[in-house]
Ligand binder design. Structure first.
Ligand SMILES: Cc1cc2nc3c(=O)[nH]c(=O)nc-3n(C[C@H](O)[C@H](O)[C@H](O)COP(=O)(O)O)c2cc1C
Length: 354
């Protein structure tokens, strides 16, 4: 049976979003006004959440893709103040912020948001982002990043619930550490890691997991959803799965496909090469990304380009595969979000009241 599918936005907080192509769109500037306006449109249109990523270095090229990126926590705090219902997730690169600092940042944003806030835990995979600020001392960090994240989360959860925390770990030491205010309710934790270490971390520490690779079928997604659900159940926990999806929707398949081709034809080869160079250090992605250079234009994120009817039907299939929600990204958020709300959401059976 098809469940209710949550829908959210992967906010346009980085230049170019998830399409490495020249032209406008997709190279809309990641301004506060754009992010505020699309979040308000998503909230008014009945969407469930927005998430912003954390990025410290882009890929250059003619488009200077991702070179500009709004900081995630400060952005979400401002969005918390201007919204009232939609859930908000900021991303934390655990390598960059001491957990005692992050505990207070998150509790503060959650207070502004009235309990609508959660944290996306980013272990960090791009050495260039962290090496440039002296935070990647050696490549062992990459190998042990989810062990590091695990210690980090253990500390966060204790600071959010205990009066004083003593901790003597491999990476962190806390002595009678205090943190107030406490969040009114436990904050929801998201993680999008795909590696074995990440799945183990997710099953023990997070509430939501992002799953899915470029060419996964809904059936393959269902298998991953089941796997994570089973791993979490073995720890007496529940983890809900989401996926990230690039959407190009139009009245007809032909129009959507023509738009997709435009981005492929205008792809920024230099920025793509830099993205591959950075990704090549990630052993999980290296071979995978080199299979089909053209689709790297969409940054290895699944992309559907189709009519409103077919996009709605595809989302319903994702709901049927056990996914709890989908995080959406678009070439041009300012026009595509209202278009999606008006023309795709009403066609989805997985958005009708149960
Ligand atoms: C929805 C979503 C959000 C993500 N957000 C970020 C982010 O903000 N910053 C980042 O560096 N990586 C981000 N990632 C990448 C993941 O955190 C993770 O590093 C990647 O999926 C590779 O998994 P692994 O670390 O298990 O190898 C995101 C991925 C997804 C699907």
């Amino acid at each position: 049976m098809t469940g209710y599918l949550e829908l959210g936005l992967f906010l346009p907080s980085t230049r170019g979003g998830l399409i490495i192509a020249k032209g406008t769109p997709p190279q809309n500037e990641p301004t506060w006004e754009l992010n505020r306006d699309v979040t308000l449109a998503a909230e008014a249109g009945g969407m469930d959440f927005v998430l912003s990523q954390v990025k410290w270095r882009g890929y250059g090229g003619e488009t200077r893709h991702w070179d500009a990126a709004l900081e995630s926590f400060t952005l979400m705090s401002a969005l918390a103040a201007v919204t009232s219902r939609i859930k908000l997730f900021a991303s934390c690169a655990v390598r960059t912020v001491n957990p005692a600092v992050l505990a207070k940042m998150a509790a503060t944003v959650d207070q502004v948001a009235g309990g609508r806030f959660g944290v996306n835990i980013v272990a960090g995979w791009n050495k260039f982002e962290y090496a440039q600020m002296g935070l990647w001392s050696d490549d062992d960090y990459y190998l042990n990043r989810y062990e590091y994240a695990d210690e980090y989360l253990t500390i966060l959860k204790r600071l959010w619930s205990e009066e004083e925390v003593d901790f003597d770990g491999k990476y962190f030491t806390l002595g009678a550490c205090r943190s107030e205010p406490k969040p009114a309710n436990p904050l929801k934790i998201v993680c999008a890691g795909q590696s074995d270490g990440a799945l183990d971390f997710v099953s023990r520490q997070s509430d939501f997991s992002f799953v899915g690779r470029m060419n996964d079928t809904p059936e393959q997604l269902a298998a991953v959803v089941d796997k994570i659900g089973g791993m979490a159940a073995s720890h007496g926990r529940q983890v809900r799965s989401y996926t990230l999806l690039n959407v190009i929707a139009a009245p007809t398949d032909a129009e959507a496909e023509a738009e997709r081709q435009t981005y492929l034809n205008n792809r920024d080869e230099d920025a793509i090469q830099e993205f591959l160079r950075a990704s090549g250090m990630d052993v999980n992605r290296a071979d995978y990304l080199k299979l089909d250079p053209a689709t790297v234009t969409f940054m290895s994120i699944p992309c559907i380009a189709a009519s409103y009817d077919k996009v709605a039907a595809y989302l319903d299939r994702l709901a049927a595969s056990g996914l709890h929600g989908v995080c959406l990204t678009f070439p041009d958020f300012s026009t595509d979000v209202p278009d999606f709300i008006a023309n795709v959401m009403p066609r989805m059976t997985s958005r009708q009241p149960l």
